[in-house]
Ligand binder design. Structure first.
Ligand code: DGL
Length: 190
């Protein structure tokens, strides 16, 4: 099986690592769209166009059987249209892990870190609406502009990155958040 995988940069490699542990013998083709990164601060229309272009390229060049959108931001903006456009292609997306967070929280307060575009997207809102019927929790949503660039530029562990994180996480700690969702696949790096 030929599987295409894409992300705006290197974050999707965290997904590739997980895929190679469970799927043996598949041929993987990875695209890091560093020319257009970061996606998280682009418009829905731009992210949609990048996603369509990459998918078409993977089909033309590598005849992929399946596509993994290894990016929360592109999944939020484009997966619905990709599935409409390519009905015979298996398409798998990436969504913030709110479900396990809701199951695990003891304080009922969950922080969600993601890119601005992911949090603005309808797909994210649909996920939150569906899951909030399961349990009464308070979500502290935090868009993290600039964080993906820090990570992709190899500056994940600098003072500037720590200060950015502190400014977002301090209010969560103050409010009793006990579970944090890493809603962008670059964030496991930090
Ligand atoms: N890695 C992408 C994600 O999972 C976002 C990175 C970006 O903003 O380009 O959301």
């Amino acid at each position: 099986m030929k599987i295409g995988v894409f992300d705006s940069g290197l974050g999707g490699l965290t997904v590739v690592q997980a895929v190679t542990e469970v799927i043996k013998g598949a041929e993987l083709f990875y695209i890091a769209d560093t020319k257009n990164a970061p996606y998280g601060e682009k418009t829905t229309e731009q992210i949609l166009q990048y996603s369509l272009d990459i998918t078409q390229y993977l089909i033309n060049k590598h005849q992929i059987d399946a596509l993994i959108v290894a990016c929360n931001t592109a999944t939020s903006a484009a997966i619905k249209y990709l599935r409409e456009q390519y009905p015979s292609l298996i398409i798998i997306g990436t969504e913030p892990g709110i479900k396990p967070a809701i199951e695990q929280t003891r304080t009922g307060k969950v922080g969600v870190l993601a890119t601005p575009a992911t949090l603005k997207g309808d797909k994210y809102q649909d996920l939150v609406n569906a899951l909030s019927l399961q349990k009464d929790v308070t979500l502290f949503e935090q868009a993290c502009p600039g964080l993906v660039e820090q990570i992709e530029n190899g500056e994940a562990h600098t003072v500037k990155t720590k200060e950015m994180l502190e400014s977002w996480l301090h209010p969560m700690r103050e409010n009793g958040v006990d579970t944090i969702v890493l809603g962008c696949n670059d964030f496991p790096v930090i």
